[in-house]
Design a protein around this ligand. Structure first.
Ligand code: ZN
Length: 391
C-alpha cells in the first residue's frame, strides 16, 4: 500500500497532490503546481487543508543548506502521522477501541462493557467498533494495521493453543472462553480491512507500550506483569517481543505451582492462574468486608492503605515472586513493570514481589532489578499495538 493510498477521503486536487508527493518525494508548492498543472493558489489552499489535518508536514530545513538571500520555499511531504493502527482490546467483560498513530497519539478512544460469550463474529465487531472510532475521531486517514488484543496466548494459524474446545461450566473460578478464541481470525481481519492484521496477547501489548512510551522507555530487557485483574507476562529481550514457538512465552498464569491443584483449561493442574485468581482475592476480602466488595473496592481500599487488603495483595506478590525467580535468573531483565491500571494499589504487590524474589535470585540481581508500576494505565495496550510493526 503506497503512502498516498492510505489517505482516503481526499478529493480532486488533494488526491492528485498526495499521489505526486508519494511518487516524487518532498516538493515545494511551486514544484507541485508545475507537476499537477494547477495554479499555485489552488495548490496552496489544498496543501493548507492537508497540513491542518496532519496529512502533510513541512520538511525541516538542514542548517547550512539555506540560500544566501530570501526565505527558502518550504518543502512538503506526506506525514508519517498518517500511519494509523486500529486497535481493539477485548477482555471477557470489556471492549476498548482506539486509533493510534506512530507517535503515540490516541484518537476515537472508547471503553464499554462487553460480554465476549455473546460475540458470535469478532471480525464484524472489529469492523463496527473501528468504524465508530473513525467517526468519533474525525480522522480521514485509512487504517494501515489492525490489532486485536486479548488475554491468552495466540499462535498463528491455530488461535489460542492452550484451551480445550469447550467452555468451562458456569460457576468456574475464571470466565469461560468464547468460541472464537479457538480460531485464528487474523486472515479474516486482513481480508475485511484490506490491511495487515495482528492478533496479540494483551500483556505483550502492554509490555510494548511501556517499553516504547512509558516507564520502561529506552530499556532493552523488560517484563510486564499483569497480576491482579488477569495474570500474564509480556517479555521483551534485546528490544524484541518474545512470543515463543507457540505464542506461550510469558504465560505466567500456567506456571504449575501446586502439582495436586485444580485442573486448568490448559490441561495442567495447579496453574498459578488457578490458585491465585481475582475471585480468590475477593473471597479473602469478603470474609472481612462482606459479599458486596468487588475488585474496584479492593483496589480502592489498598490505595487508601487498608492493612488487611494490602496484606492480601502483598501475599499475591510474594507467591508470584517466588515462582518468577528462576525466570528472572534465566532472562536477567532490567525492569519488572507492574500493570499500570492498578495505580497506587500496586505498592503492596511490588513489596511482595521483592520479598518473593529476594531469597531466590542472586543478590546482585535483587539489588539492581527495578520493580515499578506502569505509567500508561489502560493506554499501555493501545500504544503497544502501534509499536507491533516497529520492534
Ligand atoms: Zn494452565
Amino acid at each position: 500500500m503506497s503512502s498516498a493510498s492510505r489517505l482516503t477521503g481526499l478529493r480532486g486536487a488533494e488526491r492528485l497532490l498526495a499521489d505526486l508527493l508519494a511518487t516524487n518525494g518532498p516538493s515545494t508548492r511551486t514544484e507541485l503546481a508545475r507537476l499537477a498543472e494547477l495554479p499555485v493558489s489552488t495548490v496552496t489552499s489544498a496543501t493548507g487543508r492537508m497540513l491542518a489535518r496532519g496529512d502533510l508536514e513541512e520538511v525541516p530545513q538542514i542548517p547550512g543548506s539555506l540560500p544566501r538571500r530570501g526565505r527558502p520555499a518550504a518543502r512538503l511531504r506526506l506525514s508519517p502521522r498518517a500511519h494509523l493502527t486500529g486497535v481493539v482490546v477485548l477482555t471477557p467483560r470489556t471492549i476498548r477501541t482506539a486509533l493510534v498513530g506512530d507517535d503515540g497519539s490516541v484518537a476515537g478512544r472508547e471503553e464499554v462493557a462487553f460480554d465476549w460469550l455473546q460475540c458470535s463474529d469478532v471480525v464484524a465487531e472489529c469492523i463496527q467498533r473501528l468504524g465508530a472510532a473513525r467517526r468519533r475521531s474525525g480522522l480521514d486517514a485509512a487504517i494501515d494495521h489492525v490489532v486485536l488484543g486479548r488475554p491468552g496466548p495466540h499462535q498463528q494459524g491455530v488461535g489460542m493453543p492452550l484451551l480445550t474446545p469447550h467452555p468451562e461450566p458456569s460457576g468456574a473460578a475464571s470466565p469461560p472462553a468464547a468460541a472464537w478464541l479457538l480460531d485464528d481470525v487474523q486472515p479474516a481481519l486482513e481480508e475485511a480491512f484490506d490491511a495487515p492484521a495482528t492478533v496479540e496477547n494483551d500483556a505483550n501489548l502492554a509490555a510494548l507500550g511501556e517499553a516504547g512510551f512509558g516507564v520502561a522507555a529506552g530499556l532493552q530487557h523488560v517484563v510486564h506483569l499483569k497480576l491482579v485483574t488477569g495474570m500474564g507476562a509480556g517479555v521483551i529481550v534485546n528490544g524484541q517481543l518474545v512470543r515463543g514457538a507457540h505464542g506461550l512465552a510469558g504465560q505466567l498464569s500456567h506456571l504449575t505451582v501446586d502439582l495436586g491443584g485444580p485442573l486448568c483449561a490448559c490441561g495442567s493442574r495447579g496453574c498459578l492462574g488457578k490458585v491465585a485468581t481475582a475471585d480468590q482475592l475477593l473471597d479473602s476480602a469478603r470474609s472481612a468486608f462482606g459479599l458486596g466488595i468487588d475488585m474496584f473496592d479492593l483496589l480502592g481500599l489498598s490505595a487508601q492503605g487498608d492493612h488487611g487488603v494490602r496484606r492480601i495483595l502483598e501475599d499475591l506478590g510474594e507467591l508470584v515472586g517466588r515462582h518468577l525467580a528462576p525466570f528472572c535468573v534465566m532472562l536477567d531483565p532490567q525492569m519488572l513493570v507492574i500493570d499500570g491500571t492498578l495505580g497506587p494499589a500496586a505498592a503492596p504487590v511490588i513489596t511482595g514481589l521483592r520479598n518473593g524474589l529476594r531469597r531466590s535470585v542472586p543478590p546482585v540481581m535483587s539489588r539492581s532489578l527495578q520493580i515499578t508500576t506502569g505509567t500508561l494505565g489502560t493506554d499501555a495496550e493501545l500504544l503497544g499495538a502501534a509499536r507491533l510493526t516497529r520492534v
